[in-house]
Design a binder for this molecule. Structure first.
Ligand code: CA
Length: 414
């Protein structure tokens, strides 16, 4: 959960900093890679300033010093932070791994092992046990991979330089407050390179807002105590508006003539509306049986040639947890698999490989040049790009699904 959002902040590269420092010395030639000693010096200066900020924000000097003593930037974190992969995994590959038979079987075993605890969680937070266990399974493989980075060091590294400085700073302050409260010892506060911690990978601000001491021993221990960890997830979902025992949505079949421009997460209509358009369940069932007024959106995660889903409130609640359609789909389908359902019926269009970052930027430039403004060329397919793509698809008499493919890019290049 809580994959790191990409903040648009000014990037201060170590190399730039070093070049500035060196160029003030007569005759020195700037080099792209500063020697470690100099990084340490600049980092130490930064840390001194940050200490004042932390104290102003309510962190005691002794807590700060105990947590940050001898800390240096973590090169692994710098590498992970700099890495902006050119290619993303296709949604079908992601789902195949997220909902693997092994993950399903392990999750079913966890549901049995922790049945009593999960029953208590359901009662206290109004969540369904399957969704809590699905999140646990996706985040850390049920606690198998929680991350071994020292969180204060990782976050100090992010706060000091790179493209997530604002995130790093906020999270480091929040992490110091966790230590100040005494929930965990500094050296035991471990997590991912981006500061996601414990069994269900809470980032520190989320921890401070939603973590609970489920077993009542005085500490919110999401690292070692499964009750605290899953209780915190249940509490988060409950506060985000989870509806107990309500379907997240369903895979659906669209009629032959369908206006794909309606397939957009931002468009919410009563289920009766979708039924009237001819949207049906697989096997022909009515999508609005017993729930005509319930609001739902239609999504096509791989465009009009792939599976279609009507998504409801609980799907959106998981988006509050991690704002990724693929993630929410994986969590909810995995939860369904625990119940013996959740198999996707339609085939994925595996010949339509997703576009790489460079191609996505090119697509944005070409669409904008053709008068369909994508509001920038960041390589991220968001609402503006999908809208522009749909508008162009309509001018070409193509299905307006707003889903970019290599074939469409080729068409645009002509
Ligand atoms: Ca506890």
């Amino acid at each position: 959960m809580f994959k790191v959002p990409i903040f648009k902040v000014p990037v201060v590269l170590l190399a730039t900093l070093f070049a500035t420092l060196v160029s003030t010395q007569a005759g020195a030639v700037p080099t792209p890679n500063p020697p470690p000693g100099l990084v340490d010096e600049a980092f130490a200066s930064w840390l001194t300033i940050f200490r004042q900020e932390a104290i102003a924000a309510g962190v005691s000097g002794s807590v700060f010093d105990q947590a940050m003593r001898g800390v240096r930037p973590d090169p692994q974190v710098v590498t992970s932070n700099d890495n902006q992969p050119e290619f993303v995994r296709p949604v079908w590959d992601y789902l195949a791994s997220a909902i693997s038979d092994t993950r399903v079987a392990n999750g079913q075993a966890m549901l049995q092992t922790h049945a009593r605890l999960l029953g208590q969680l359901e009662e206290r937070y109004g969540v369904d046990r399957e969704v809590v266990v699905a999140i646990w399974g996706l985040e850390t493989g049920y606690g198998a991979f929680m991350g071994t980075h020292k969180v204060t060091r990782a976050l100090a590294t992010l706060a000091y330089s790179g493209r997530r400085m604002k995130f790093g700073r906020e999270q480091l302050l929040a992490a110091l407050k966790i230590l100040q409260r005494g929930d965990i010892e500094p050296q035991a506060m471990t997590g991912s390179w981006a500061g996601a911690m414990g069994h269900t990978q809470f980032i520190p601000t989320t921890y401070n807002a939603h973590a609970v001491d489920f077993d009542g021993d005085g500490k919110r221990d999401i690292w070692n105590n499964i009750g605290d960890a899953l209780g915190s997830t249940g509490n988060y979902l409950g506060q985000a508006g989870w509806l107990t025992d309500a379907p997240w949505g369903a895979e659906v079949v669209l009629p032959a003539e369908f206006n794909y421009a309606l397939a957009d997460k931002s468009i919410q209509k009563p289920l009766a509306y979708w039924a009237a358009l001819g949207v049906r369940l697989h096997g022909g069932g009515a999508v609005d049986a017993g729930a005509r007024d319930v609001l739902a959106s239609l999504i096509l995660p791989a465009g009009h040639k792939g599976p279609a889903f009507l998504i409801r409130k609980n799907f959106r609640t998981v988006l509050r947890y991690n704002n990724s359609t693929s993630y929410s789909l994986a969590v909810n389908l995995l939860a369904d698999r625990f119940r013996g359902q959740g198999h996707i019926r339609a085939a994925w269009p595996t010949d339509d490989r997703p576009l790489g970052r460079t191609e996505r930027e090119e697509l944005q430039r070409l669409l904008t040049a053709k008068g369909h403004d994508t509001q920038g060329f960041d390589g991220i397919i968001g609402g503006n790009t999908r809208k522009a793509l749909r508008a162009w698809q309509l001018t070409q008499g193509l299905p307006a699904d707003g889903y970019p493919t290599a074939a469409l890019l080729g068409w645009l290049r002509r």
